[in-house]
Design a binder for this molecule. Structure first.
Ligand code: SPQ
Length: 429
């Protein structure tokens, strides 16, 4: 375990930054390139550990994927270009790789085994395994297929209509990828809108998809064609700088080329509702995903309630929103966010425990947390607990702590933002 002493000793954050490419879109670009026919070029790919795990898995599945300067080039040979892997497919720490890849493997005529790290081994896979079995997939794993290692014997799939029991883009995407290979029309019904990058990518790679309110349908036996994917900057990474600028004095940060897909912009809604000084400018020439520039300045914030349909639109930002709430006057209540318990860590417990160590007033609840502000944070020893988003949140927290902060397990940030601490340091004044 590596330890970092965070003693930035700076008073403001100022400047312009382009955060790395979006993690969700980078994963999907590799997967769609791999199942399509022809060449796919991925620009602004995120070279984080999770997306590198996706590349490694698809190389083991026989796909020719090369890096040319900062671009990834995939020479896809369609669905049948995927071949039985000679060794296990290791997803590392990546839930997205696990769940989406299972949707692809379920319909391929070969055997494969998926493993991951200790965190992945605790994340529930029944949410995809059960509906995939309904489609005809043959899947085994620990605790009847709920946990990795998971073994799959691919087989012909039949379409289903499936109402998602939880709002999850990973489950939706897994079933759409299986549905693209099935016989007939597969329909997914969402309880609340989740990130729609898979739907957009199906269209971008020349596939057909129908979206009516909360119902998404794909016909089976579709062949896709390789294309160019421009990955926008990751709003989930940008969120750390947005919050740093809002809570530090005399600050202004401009974030360029950030993905502004409405299914991901809940953090912006929260900042506005809390009274933050924020402005957004959309890029006119963005490609198939909306992109723009976000500017955030030092803000006077007030506590709010965050719940309902907003939750899936900011699920990964809740750790940094919790820190934001410690600097808002009054109470912030986060509800309906029980999904936080099954992320890289139990993020309700992790956020409450680590921020309380620094003096925050946070009460964990069954489905969220209650945060009372505004509190002065002191220093102390905290840990990412191996969770990249907890590590980056604590890095931002250290900027407003009165004493020094020791961060254990800081290298977890490599999962989604390998240069996070360097980029943060460069903006501090
Ligand atoms: O890939 P992984 O580990 O699941 O990553 C996380 C993250 O914080 O980066 C969640 F822990 O993001 C998920 C997100 O929470 C990425 C994702 C996607 O790309 O489809 C969807 C969300 O998960 P879910 O379970 O709500 O579908």
């Amino acid at each position: 375990m590596e330890v970092k002493q965070l003693n930035f000793n700076r008073h403001s954050i100022q400047g312009t930054i382009k955060v790395p490419g979006d993690k969700s879109i980078s994963h999907r670009a590799i997967m769609f390139g791999a199942i399509s026919s022809g060449k796919t070029i991925v620009r602004n790919f995120l070279f984080g550990a999770d997306c590198l795990s996706t590349i490694s898995c698809f190389r083991k599945l026989g796909v020719n994927i090369i890096q040319e300067d900062n671009e990834i080039v995939i020479y896809g040979e369609g669905w049948s270009g995927l071949k039985e892997p000679a060794s296990v497919l290791d997803v590392g720490n990546s839930g997205t790789t696990t769940r989406l890849m299972l949707g692809i493997l379920a319909g391929r005529p070969f055997h494969s085994v998926v493993i991951g790290d200790d965190s992945i081994a605790k994340r529930p896979m029944n949410r995809v395994v059960l509906p995939l079995r309904q489609m005809g997939a043959k899947i085994n794993g620990r605790e009847n297929g709920n946990y990795t290692p998971i073994a799959i014997q691919g087989s012909p799939l039949t379409s289903i209509t499936y109402e998602l029991p939880v709002a999850s883009a990973q489950v939706k995407s897994c079933l759409l990828l299986a549905g693209l290979q099935a016989n007939g029309e597969t329909t997914i019904i969402e309880p609340a809108a989740t990130r729609d990058h898979t739907e957009k990518m199906i269209q971008h790679f020349g596939g057909e998809i129908s979206i009516r309110n909360n119902q998404i349908s794909v016909q089976g036996n579709q062949q896709l064609t390789g294309t160019v994917v421009d990955v926008p900057g990751d709003i989930s990474s940008a969120a750390f700088f947005m919050v740093a600028a809002a809570i530090m004095g005399n600050s202004e940060v401009k974030l360029e080329n950030v993905g502004l897909n409405p299914t991901r912009t809940g953090i912006i809604d929260v900042l506005i509702k809390m009274g933050a000084d924020i402005s957004i400018e959309m890029n006119k020439d963005a490609s198939y995903e909306p992109v723009g520039t976000i500017t955030v300045r030092t803000s006077i914030l007030k506590g709010i309630e965050i719940s309902g349909d907003l939750i899936p639109r900011l699920i990964d930002e809740l750790p940094i929103i919790a820190l934001l709430a410690t600097q808002a006057e009054g109470t912030t209540i986060i509800k309906n966010a029980e999904e936080l318990k099954v992320k890289e860590t139990n993020r309700i417990d992790a956020v409450a425990r680590e921020l309380s160590q620094l003096g925050a007033n946070i009460v964990p609840t069954e489905d969220g947390m209650i945060i009372t502000g505004k509190t002065t944070l002191h220093g102390g020893t905290v840990s990412s607990l191996g969770d990249h988003r907890i590590g980056m949140m604590l890095g931002v927290a250290s900027l407003i702590c009165k004493e020094k902060v020791i961060l254990e397990d800081y290298e977890a940030v490599e999962v989604s933002y390998p240069n996070f601490f360097e980029d943060l340091q460069a903006l501090l004044k």
